[in-house]
Design a protein around this ligand. Sequence first.
Ligand code: PMV
Length: 320
Amino acid sequence: MRATARAQPNIALIKYWGKRDSDRNLPAVGSISVTLDELYTTMHVELDGALDLDELRVNGRSSPSLLPRVTGCLDNVLGADRMRGRVISESNFPIAAGLASSASSFAALVVAASAAGGRERTTDELAALAGQASGSAARSLHGGFVELRNDGDGIDVRTILDGEAWPLRVIAAVTSTMPKPVGSGEAMEASRKTSPFYSRWIEEQDMDLSTARDAITVRDFGKLASIAEHNCLKMHSVMWASRPPVVYWNAATLACLERVRELQADGVSAFFTIDAGPQVKVVCVPGEEPQVVEALSSTPGVESVLVSGIGAGAALVNGH
Ligand code: PMV
């Protein structure tokens, strides 16, 4: 009745923004991401008939504010009549700060909870369950370059290319570790209801997905860089034009973008992307990593820099 799983966050290169069904948390658009390697969340789930309520500890502290989402996810995985659980989550990177900790947390949680409850599930089933808790979490069930497609009444998640086939590096510049001002779910709904750019965003997404998929398949860095930056800035434009506006950036976010432009002007193969937070993630070819780390570390307002390769999908720890 207990199991431990580990999952890595993923960074979207072609973004998910907007829901087609908010009750079932189904995305309005497909997305493409890379699953990271060195950053991870470990989830331990222990089901105990003697417990009256679920318990959650996150990085050593009791965490009542995050408990309702965890309880909802456990209900989805094991049924509402399940035994209550003791859940222990440990991440080796800042949580709730735009580094996709919800993706690694819920991907690891569905794997650990299924195993603790003795449920055999396919990766597709686990991805669907993770996606109900956090849309981006569905992608962390797989490793490498991952595409999530809308498929009829659900989603279909697949690896397009393994990380070993194109071992790019991802450098995250942390510009603030404060919790974000508005959660991504609420912000997506604000965009859907009020942003004049939302419908165009939805219309163009299939084109962006196909350009990025082609670039990844033939490992064309320049083509991937150009479409990923465009898609990121387009998503943030949709947010900025929402009412009330959703602006996750700070001054250091913009300073990092300028740094990346300078690196690119010097011929460095690197591009940026930003999710629902102020952190800037820079993707580069392996040989350029030291230069990118140095440039971001010396940018005013950058608190720390995290470096990762591309990793594998969520899995049980020690097979149990
Ligand atoms: O999975 P959520 O609900 O936290 O939404 C994630 C949305 C973005 O990170 C901004 C984009 C993405 O595709 O991951």
